[in-house]
Design a protein around this ligand. Structure first.
Ligand code: GDP
Length: 638
């Protein structure tokens, strides 16, 4: 066939066809030149590819080969052939996933758009495909020791990097704020410090991408610096070190770097991977560089999200506004939140009535990595709760009710963690690490305990399948940071000659974390060893269940005495430990041999009820004695 004839057939101009010929390396042709069958095939394939590229295929999710073939106007066998070339096997009626469809489109020269139906989005079964993902801003938390300058750095960033139109506007705290520089934007969490960071993580909400660790050049590494480092390690977040207060005379940033290498933060220039920036929060020196480094790190981390799906985020804080009702401040992590969207968070739900940014500007939509204040929730909701968009009011109500009544799992579930539980898990082969947080009274005991634990750990390496990992060790009382770190790392807390105050005990109980304290190093080390070997004995705690007053004694048989008693407190339990008190002093400890109501043996007898009690190996009861019944609780501390 001649060039002009082929052009007619393909519905293109002969000139265009000539251009295609040149592109394909078919040279020396004129309008009337002939084309051989091989050349024709090549031209035809190419023109189809170009034409396909102009038409967009709409992909809505996984599709069958048959369905795709008709959408693309290609035979199913041609599709299967192309898939085989891509090392994907599929039959006519088989569904192939989004990623494979994208590969197919690219290979056949189709351009495409992905349009998920509302149903696919809300079904909860979809995964964002790589084509849907777009770059998002990094979310940053600032940590470090008290007074090292975290707040000053955050304030300086906020003051010097707000957009021009917002400059001078009154900012309001909504838990986080976004700053913009030439190369991108960054979200900073308002509350500096590792407690807030870890409290969020303990509730299952880890949204920080990068931590800026602030260390004052004139003070160096301090207790909370080490705590913060250990929190970051457990959370596996990237750390940038900001050595602050370099405006001060005679400070030595190199010294700080040296100190930090002991904790694994080795500077890039010394062969490590940690980026250090010398800054001054006070004068603003190098703050711009710090922001640029954060963006660069974010770039390298390839932080991405899909803005075209319903919003998913985490609640930062929530309160009741006098006029406007429940307010939820959240950070959108994926998707986009729009005015009018229905949502669920924790046990509450609502419809977005209004949204504001940190400058009180009204917003219509909030995409990934955006902090936003939302009005329209029915009630407030605890920080750390997951927030997600749903398709309808009824779905919102249904999901919130299910969360409220506990019919579905909440964002955060307490799992009890004790040394015994860890032992059980090692024995079952479910874990191969025993994680501990050690708090001690002095450097002397710290060295002795860590030394002994390291020794048993290496001695036992071959015998047991678990190794000992010290997540954090420090001096002083057990504090909130220790408990939160224990929650997020799955560690137990062992204290030597230190204690935890009531609030900390309560917090630990709330999170199901065990705090064990010791007065003798040997006991601490032996307990850890026993847990790793599987020989740890359950801790036996006696709990008073009730008391009975001996009113009358009856002789039964030769030596046996039965005491006619009245239960005066709680209940007396048959299988319990017994203490006999006479004039307030214990005269016997042992066990019951029988507990009866009239002639019947019973398991327990409640308050204000008469019963007959006899003891094992004790017949010297007297009227007026008090019999205390104790039940044993194992493995529970207090
Ligand atoms: P935070 O507890 O870590 O939040 O520390 P702050 O930001 O409250 O700072 C503690 C003190 O250090 C304040 O008196 C600040 O003015 C001072 N400060 C913070 N940054 C700098 C700095 O870069 N240079 C100097 N000279 N002082 C600073």
């Amino acid at each position: 066939m001649r060039v002009y004839q082929e052009a007619q057939k393909l519905n293109v101009t002969p000139k265009y066809l000539m251009e295609i010929c040149i592109q394909l390396g078919i040279t020396g042709k004129t309008f009337v030149s002939g084309l051989n069958p091989e050349e024709l095939k090549l031209i035809e394939g190419n023109i189809k590819k170009i034409q396909r590229g102009k038409e967009k295929i709409v992909i809505t999710g996984a599709e069958t080969i048959g369905g795709l073939a008709s959408k693309m106007a290609i035979s199913a066998s041609d599709l299967i052939k192309t898939l085989t070339e891509l090392n994907i096997t599929a039959t006519m009626n088989e569904k192939i996933g989004l990623e494979n469809i994208q590969m197919l489109c690219e290979s056949l020269g189709f351009s495409y758009t992905i349009q998920r139906t509302k149903e696919t989005y809300y079904s909860g079964k979809y995964v964002d495909s790589s084509a849907e993902l777009q770059k998002r801003s990094p979310i940053v938390t600032v940590m470090g020791h008290v007074d090292h300058g975290k707040t000053t750095i955050l304030d300086t960033i906020r003051k010097t990097n707000v957009a021009q139109k917002e400059y001078g506007q009154i900012t309001q705290k909504i838990g986080a704020y976004k700053v913009h520089i030439n190369t991108g934007s960054i979200v900073f969490i308002d509350t500096p410090g590792h407690e807030a960071f870890s409290a969020m993580r303990a509730r299952g909400a880890g949204f920080t991408d990068i931590v800026v660790l602030v260390v004052a050049a004139d003070d160096g590494v301090k207790m909370q610096t080490v705590e913060a480092i250990d929190h970051c390690k457990v959370a596996n977040v990237s750390v940038i070190v900001a050595i602050n207060k370099i405006d001060k005379p005679n400070v030595n940033p190199e010294m700080v770097k040296k100190q930090l290498t002991e904790y694994g933060l080795i500077p890039e220039e010394w062969g490590g991977q940690t980026v250090y920036v010398n800054v001054s929060g006070l004068t603003g020196q190098n703050i711009k560089e710090l922001l640029e480094i954060i963006l660069l790190m974010g770039e390298m981390m390839e932080l991405k999200a899909n803005p075209d799906r319903p919003a998913e985020g985490t609640v930062l804080e929530s309160y009741i506004h006098k006029q406007k009702g429940a307010v939820i401040n959240l950070i959108v992590q994926n998707g986009t939140l729009n005015i009018g969207d229905y949502f669920v968070c924790g046990g509450t739900c609502g419809k977005v009535r209004a949204m504001f940014d940190e400058f009180n500007n009204r917003m219509d939509k909030a995409g990934p990595s955006t902090p936003v204040e939302v009005f329209g929730a029915h009630e407030t909701c605890p920080p750390g709760e997951k927030f997600f968009g749903v398709s309808s009011e009824s779905e919102a109500k249904e999901k919130a009710d299910a969360l409220k009544t506990g019919n579905v799992s909440k964002s955060f579930v307490v799992k009890k963690l004790t040394l015994e539980e860890l032992q059980k898990q090692i024995m079952q082969g479910r874990i191969n690490e025993v994680k501990v947080i050690l708090k001690m009274d002095s450097n002397g005991s710290k060295e002795a305990i860590i030394g002994s634990l390291e020794k048993i750990s290496s001695q036992m390496q071959n015998e047991v399948k678990a190794k000992l990992v010290t997540v954090h060790s420090g001096l002083g009382s057990i504090n909130e940071s220790d408990v939160l770190l224990a929650v997020s790392s799955g560690a137990i807390i062992l204290g030597f000659n230190v204690s935890a105050d009531n609030n900390i005990e309560k917090l630990a109980k709330q999170y199901g974390i065990e705090i064990k304290t010791y007065k003798i190093i040997y006991d601490l080390v032996e307990d850890v060893k026993a847990a790793m070997e599987g020989t740890l004995k359950p801790e036996e705690i006696l709990s008073l269940s009730g008391q009975a007053l001996v009113k009358k004694l009856f002789k039964v048989g030769k030596n046996q005495v039965v005491a006619g008693c009245l239960v005066v407190e709680g209940k007396v339990v048959r299988n319990s430990k017994i203490k006999v008190l006479r004039d307030g002093k214990p005269v016997f400890e042992g066990a019951l041999s029988s507990l009866k109501r009239f002639k019947d043996n019973v398991k327990e007898v409640g308050i204000n009820t008469e019963c007959g009690i006899s003891m094992e190996n004790f017949n010297d009861l007297m009227e007026g004695d008090i019999i205390q019944s104790y039940v044993i609780i194992t493995g529970e501390k207090k």
